[in-house]
Design a protein around this ligand. Structure first.
Ligand code: C5P
Length: 292
């Protein structure tokens, strides 16, 4: 039976502006996504029985409807009247519920993989619609671009054309941060202090020219994430982690997405390796990653 092996990459957010709250409860965002070298390995094996199954080496990854890969496979099978099934194997390297969009990336990868394996011939628009239905961070991974601007819920993607390559030390504390809870905390605190969500800071607009120019120092000075106050309110101990990374001599430090992953920007690969060696050995999930 035919099978395909695919890489499913993680992302970081270089800048994340929360620009408003929408009537559907989601937040309007402007963000710069960066695809990074940290990746899961996914194998899709065709079966003729119509069975859809998922196996994963990581014990905390659900193998039922909560997993986006099951959701998309079942939906495609129904919508496209596919008599075939698929056995999905996920080799997890990306930390789970960590602000790195591992689950979203797996969903996008299986969507593209099944389009190929089940010969569905879905149009670009159909792929984008399925991605948006699956989740806010899924669409970015359809575009095969190292950097992109994400707007709307994050699902409206404009690729950014630049040859810039960045190096990071990524630290993921072993704590689950649910995106829903971080956005929920942000909304509640905005309401409590009667603050308006506006795009005053416009972090994305400020960072973009530095990204185009490949000005690593400029990028580092303008990393920002509007979810950071909510992340730090939920986990005040992460202030210490951020400061530790700053003190090592990195160019800049920022949380990715809704956390808890935090990354330090390095000037090159050797600098990233040196930072990683100097970093507190007590943290188990520390990676040197680059733009991919
Ligand atoms: O789209 P996704 O399933 O990844 O979103 C998870 C949760 O994060 C949503 O249910 C919502 O509470 C919150 N969210 C948001 N605004 C966004 C993206 C996510 O409020 N733009």
């Amino acid at each position: 039976m035919p099978s395909v092996r695919l890489k499913s990459y993680a992302k970081l957010n270089l800048s994340l502006d929360v620009v408003g709250k929408r009537p559907d409860g989601f937040h309007e965002l402007r963000t710069i996504f960066e695809r990074i070298s940290l990746a899961d390995d996914i194998t899709l094996s065709l079966n003729k029985s119509g069975r859809i199954s998922v196996k994963c080496n990581h014990p905390h990854v659900p193998t039922d409807q909560r997993n986006l890969v099951i959701r998309i496979a079942q939906q495609l099978q129904v919508d496209c009247s596919v008599p075939l099934g698929v056995d999905i194997h996920i080799e997890k390297n990306i930390p789970v519920a960590a602000g790195l969009a591992g689950g979203s990336s797996n969903g996008a990868t299986v969507l593209m993989g099944l389009n190929q394996l089940w010969q569905l011939k879905l149009s670009t628009q159909q792929l984008q619609d399925y991605a948006a239905w699956l989740g806010s961070d899924v669409a970015f991974f359809l575009y095969n671009t190292p950097f992109a601007l994400g707007e709307g819920r994050g699902e409206r993607i404009t690729p950014i054309k630049t040859s810039t390559k960045l190096w990071h030390v990524l630290v993921t504390p072993k704590v689950k941060m649910l995106t829903k809870n971080v956005f929920g905390y942000l909304s509640a605190s905005q309401a409590a202090f009667k603050l308006k969500l506006t795009n005053k800071k416009a972090g994305v607009n400020i960072l973009l020219p530095f990204l185009y120019q490949g000005d690593t120092q400029g990028i580092a000075s303008h990393l920002s994430n509007d979810l950071e106050p909510a992340i730090l309110s939920l986990r005040p101990d992460f202030i210490d982690l951020k400061m530790k990374l700053q003190r090592l001599g990195s160019l800049g430090v920022c949380f990715s997405g809704s956390g808890p992953s935090v990354y330090a920007l390095a000037s090159n690969q050797a600098h990233a390796n040196a930072l990683r060696l100097a970093f507190d050995q007590r943290y188990s999930q520390v990676f040197v990653v680059s733009t991919l």
